[in-house]
Design a protein. Sequence first.
Length: 178
Amino acid sequence: MANPDSVTRLLAHHGIDQLNRTYADAVNRRVFDEFDRFLSPSSVIHFDVADREPVELTGPHAIAEFHKSAMARFGFYVFTALATHVDLGDGSDPSAATGRVWMCEIRRELPGLDWSAAYGLYQDRYEHDGDRWTFAERRYSTLTRTAGPVMDLPPMLAAQIADLSSPESPVQPYDAPQ
């Protein structure tokens, strides 16, 4: 028989995976009026696209309008999650989780339809309202773009990576047999 805690955690992972897929689908279809399916009125998104001042937006309407305006210059646009990670913590708060989404945007810019790509990272806080998972907070950082520089990793992630490379870290590099 399955452990009830394991089933609860599995359902949470599935719900958050569906949340990320619903976001990607709505953005790709440009159906900005569906943003309230995955954003609550208090949801906050921070966008740091590296070549202009960071933007902070709250609520589905403001976030949808930002996406709509930013995507207007693309004749073709696809958002895809390259890798995701969900952390449910120790289970003490079953309505909260955190995660990361490593992503890529593939697009063709108007009017010339030149191809471009952007790679970035969302660092997320998720919340469950008793009925569904939503994004409580998203922090987006551009990592690189076609013909652009490679940006620094977000400070929190850079610190985590630095911790992994310390001699005290329980995670050590794999030394392949010679």
